[in-house]
Design a protein around this ligand. Sequence first.
Ligand code: HPA
Ligand code: MG
Length: 224
Amino acid sequence: MEDIVLQTRRASGIVIDDDWPGYSLELFSYPAHYTGDLQCVVVPHGVIMDRTERLARDIMDDLGDNDIVVLCVLKGGYQFCADLVDKIKALSCSSDRTIPMRVHFIRLKSYLNDQSTEDLHILGAEDLSFLAGKNVLIVEGIIGTGKTLKALLKHVEAFQPKMIRVAGLLVKRVPRNTANLPDYIGFEIPDRFVVGYALDYNEYFRDLNHICVISDSGKMKYKI
Ligand code: HPA
Ligand code: MG
């Protein structure tokens, strides 16, 4: 029974199809400085929050009463991590199960423009020896090729935590080794470059609440 439940949870999250045109930008508010830089809204902020609330409950059901170390992957994961931790805190106040949490931050960088580069930089991860014997929840904003997550898992495993779980807000539908999919997935999205809710294009668009597809002119404007 438990296996079935876990498998359902490990499934793709909310699936957004390739032919889903997204919501028109006219239907939502967003910063005026991004006018013309976006094509459509893929996931509105409110839907992100609702899904995150449910992921918090799934995590609580699976890991409740265990101490966990939340490993927030910067910069793209900061907003999801902050909101997920908030939702878990709220559940810890309102039920008799709780999750004592520590929060730690590491920074990864592997993208230039909209392309994944070969060189993955892990910063702030020099000494993770305090993870030994701990339950670790890695929190990522987006899993694209899966290469970043794979390298990160290898890095974290070397410090011998008791258990590692991964929560990813977005997973792109690309051909990949499914062994490296997160345990908790917010949304499965088409293989397009998205920004907002802390996800960037060359450091722009982190100050946007919704998850949006960047327009061609937006790509040109902020290209380096
Ligand atoms: N947007 C922002 N950052 C990313 C993406 C994306 O679509 N894929 C991998 N990193
Ligand atoms: Mg980035």
